[in-house]
Design a protein. Structure first.
Length: 168
């Protein structure tokens, strides 16, 4: 008896050419290295952005010093009779609660606010702005060598802080 479904011989096919090296499955190592470096770079940049955004931003402390013993120099006024150190350009120093200096600035030129006569200003106001002050719970403000006056963060934020010398 003959077998109706006998296996048929298959034609011979040679194996595919490898061109000198075996074929690998998956991504080449160079691509894996580049992708890994890219992912690390993205994580570093994201971490830096989170750090910068979370860090408290510095503030500006604004205020004025008013003195009652001053002389008008035409457009500006300045301190006299023991207040000679109070003038435009005099130092303004901001301290933290431990007394450490955290920022410095200077007084603006003085402006006479109350005149006794045409040449003598009885009251003179010096404005100031100290920039890039780190955020604190308390701020010490010192003008020239006159000692430190302490303000809390709410007072500084509401600004301007007011200092006075003499009978004002």
């Amino acid at each position: 008896m003959t077998q109706p479904y006998a296996p048929q011989p298959q034609p011979y096919e040679p194996p595919p050419q490898s061109h000198g090296r075996p074929r690998r499955k998956g991504m080449p190592p160079a691509v894996i290295v580049l992708l890994t470096l890219g992912a690390v770079l993205v994580l570093i940049v994201a971490g830096a952005l989170v750090y910068v955004a979370a860090r408290p931003q510095p503030i500006s402390v604004t205020g004025s010093v008013t003195i009652t013993s001053s002389i008008d120099g035409g457009k500006t006024c300045q301190g006299v009779d023991g207040y000679d150190d109070i003038h435009g350009g005099a130092s303004v120093v901001i301290h933290d609660s431990a007394g450490k200096v955290v920022a410095t600035g200077a007084l603006d030129d003085g402006v006479g606010t109350e005149l006794a006569t045409a040449d003598i200003a009885v009251t003179c106001r010096f404005d100031f702005t100290v920039r890039d002050v780190p955020r604190q719970k308390f701020y010490g403000v010192e003008v020239s060598h006159r000692g430190t006056v302490t303000f809390n963060a709410k007072q500084v934020s509401a600004g301007p802080v007011a200092l006075s010398l003499g009978d004002s």
